[in-house]
Design a protein around this ligand. Structure first.
Ligand SMILES: [Zn+2]
Length: 132
């Protein structure tokens, strides 16, 4: 299966679908007002779905503030990436922050494999921030 959009975009469209599903569920609940139990059930499901998507939106908002900004080599636009590998938000070009992975085929599993020297990553990032 080929993935054509970046993580941030994918999470956003997931949250969007969740809102739509929530609204639909609540609407179905309204139609079922003759069956109080079902109505409450659908309303609650809809509410949960909308609240869940709010949480997803909040989370992706925070993540996208922290995400690395890079200039896409393919389309020249400024894009954001999460993790070690991601796709350009505009043209879907595979991007990496890790020189070791350069030129390799795009593989999402690189994000799950933790580099051996984990732990100093956060402090390194802080250093880089204060330098710029
Ligand atoms: Zn691009």
């Amino acid at each position: 299966m080929k993935k054509t959009s970046s993580k941030i975009n994918r999470v956003r469209s997931f949250a969007f679908r969740l809102v739509i599903a929530g609204i639909l569920l609540m609407y179905i609940g309204l139609l079922l007002k003759d069956y109080p139990f079902l109505m409450v059930l659908f309303m609650l499901l809809g509410l949960l779905s909308v609240m869940g998507s709010t949480l997803v939106y909040l989370r992706i908002g925070l993540l996208s503030v922290q995400a690395e900004q890079v200039i896409c080599p393919s389309c020249g636009k400024r894009t954001k990436m999460l993790g070690r590998v991601d796709l350009c938000m505009f043209c879907g070009e595979a991007l990496t922050l890790d020189p070791e992975l350069e030129g390799k085929e795009f593989d999402e599993s690189y994000n799950k494999r933790r580099p051996k020297k984990a732990g100093k990553n956060a402090s390194e990032r802080e250093l880089e921030k204060s330098e710029t």
